[in-house]
Design a protein around this ligand. Sequence first.
Ligand code: SAM
Length: 279
Amino acid sequence: MTNSDSIKIQIRWVLIEKYNWSGSEIIQGKRQYAPNELDDINRLRSGEPVDYVIGWKEFLGCHIDLSLKPLIPRPETEFLVSRVISELNKESPLQQGTLPNGSKIKILDLCCGAGCIGIALLKHLPNVSVDFVDIDENALEQTGINLRFLYRDPPAFDAGGSRIIKSDLFDNLKECKFNYILCNPPYVNTNDKYDSSLKFEPRTALFARNKGMYFINKILKGLNNHLLPNGALYLEFGHGQKDLIEKELKKLNISKYSFHKDQYKRWRWVVVDRQGLEP
Ligand SMILES: C[S@@+](CC[C@H](N)C(=O)[O-])C[C@H]1O[C@@H](n2cnc3c(N)ncnc32)[C@H](O)[C@@H]1O
């Protein structure tokens, strides 16, 4: 598909989704564009991602508002989180009876961005509380907006007890331990050539020094202070980083982990078990 074909499709999508045009109005081509419709068309022509122009995205049945322009949630992340939800619905500490009745599974959404990961977990899992952490105040404000959408959304099990915390990774979480940590950190190598559409998204959400490993390595190092017994980390990483991560896990003497592939059959996330960390 050429770039201009793809922009035509995006324009149709915006007119239908955001401005309620009918399919026949688009085909007939007689309806005039209103000024704000024309502005959006120009944004699309300039290469701005369609999700920013529409202003929200669906993520595992959750409404994720993008008005403050955090990182746009990706389908690969949605795939990972759907796997985690199925796994935890079968085998969470509550089901296994290793958590006392009435207590909640404590989850950390580290590097939360728009909050899509934690919000999907709150929607689809019973008895969880989520701490949302990011260094970027804009992302934290966006997470707050999205949590309010969830509260309004009846199927949510329980968003109570969730917290939004500004922190450089674990820095402001000194005494906090979690059953599960999910994290999609910035991992694009600062020196890599990247798709020009990424220029619309925040740099702090995307890029990391040291072949994209800077944040991943720091997270792996800080892990044993923040995972409860039997807990686990689910960490997304970039295509091509598996070997670097395995090397780091070995260097840190972390022995219990497994690598997983995304829907496009590429290695994209690692699960690290608390049991495999040094005490
Ligand atoms: C790849 S985005 C992930 C956003 C969201 N979790 C998702 O999956 O769509 C990475 C996020 O990490 C945040 N971030 C960058 N450096 C950070 C740091 N040192 N501590 C905490 N968060 C950080 C960015 O602000 C950004 O929101």
